[in-house]
Design a protein around this ligand. Sequence first.
Ligand SMILES: *[C@@H]1O[C@H](CO)[C@@H](O)[C@H](O)[C@H]1NC(C)=O
Ligand SMILES: *[C@@H]1O[C@H](CO)[C@@H](O)[C@H](O)[C@H]1NC(C)=O
Ligand SMILES: *[C@@H]1O[C@H](CO)[C@@H](O)[C@H](O)[C@H]1NC(C)=O
Ligand SMILES: *[C@@H]1O[C@H](CO)[C@@H](O)[C@H](O)[C@H]1NC(C)=O
Length: 355
Amino acid sequence: MHHRWLLLLACFWVLFMLMVASKFITLTMKSPEAYGVRQASQTILPETEKITVTEGKKFHVEHQPTAEPSRSMSPVDLLHKKRLEMLQSVCRNESLGNLSHAIISKFVLDRIFVSDKHKILFCQTPKVGNTQWKKVLIVLNGLYSSIEDIPDNIVHDHDKNGLPRLSSYSISEVHERLDSYFKFLIVRDPFERLISAYKDKFLNNPRFEPWYKHNIAPVIIRKYRKNHSNIKGGLQFQDFVRYLGDPNHRFLDLQFGDYIIHWVTYVELCAPCEINYNVIGHHETLEEDASYILKEAGIGNLVSYPPIPPGITHYNQSKVEHYFSTVTKRDIRRLYKRYEGDFKLFGYKEPTFLF
Ligand SMILES: *[C@@H]1O[C@H](CO)[C@@H](O)[C@H](O)[C@H]1NC(C)=O
Ligand SMILES: *[C@@H]1O[C@H](CO)[C@@H](O)[C@H](O)[C@H]1NC(C)=O
Ligand SMILES: *[C@@H]1O[C@H](CO)[C@@H](O)[C@H](O)[C@H]1NC(C)=O
Ligand SMILES: *[C@@H]1O[C@H](CO)[C@@H](O)[C@H](O)[C@H]1NC(C)=O
């Protein structure tokens, strides 16, 4: 009698375990679909990491403040969460003026490159190593098998490199991609960025783009050089700053067309208050941020970011001081006013040493 009861009990126990197990199996099989392809490609990650990534994604995409304590988050996850929270709070701050776009314009959609294969959107911001990111995406899209194989003239040729712009899609396709793809951009200190653009386009011109020196510089000099008896010589940094800080700069911007991507604000380039970017990389910490981006995008095991020459991404205050030493305080303040949104949105400190 006693044995029979035991047997029955054991049977129930086995049945119960089977039910639990089957439930568990269906759950794990379902979850990749439920969270999209990206999660499926991350199943090799340990369980705890998988959960963190999922929570992070949810937060970024749906704008939900997480009630979860940050216990499960690594310091790196926490840093990136803070960056996004700062961005959102500055976007809402009306005293900073107009950081929002009425609509996401074609100009912005032209800046964003698409990998449909891996569901990634990348907003191009010059002077932060974006050529390397394009190469990474070109390889991911499958046109070339390694970064070294990509010819230099192909990288920026968007008819041939298999890296379409978001603007080449229909409106509904654009929305679909903005809503569901992994989105990122890289930023750097706004004033260092302008120095870099000035050096690259008007002093060194390594890519041989003569129109900067021959078409754009003379127009800026004519309008903004203070000493009109000294009209010769190339564009000086102070001329450039006076143009950029002029509240009526739009007049020339329109004349220069898309060349202005090298100096218009990140707000104008990438609409960070409208598009819910999943990760904001900083040029100053590019090495760590690049691998974080690849991991978050679910492609960390497929490709790596090319090696970064040591020292070139670090913020250099004495360089900034050197370039601005010829610029008047009034012009620096005006310049800051224009780029204040970029400083605040991305957590760059106000360069008080210049005022
Ligand atoms: C909004 O921005 C202004 C100007 O930078 C700042 O003084 C203020 O504290 C900000 N407000 C909030 C709520 O962040
Ligand atoms: C600022 O506001 C105007 C009017 O609402 C809008 O057209 C424009 O796109 C906004 N954003 C920027 C970045 O100028
Ligand atoms: C303006 O430029 C001319 C020619 O280079 C120079 O002789 C003159 O001293 C400059 N004036 C001022 C106020 O800098
Ligand atoms: C900072 O910039 C100055 C001037 O351009 C340069 O001489 C110096 O080597 C730079 N410092 C570092 C640490 O890169």
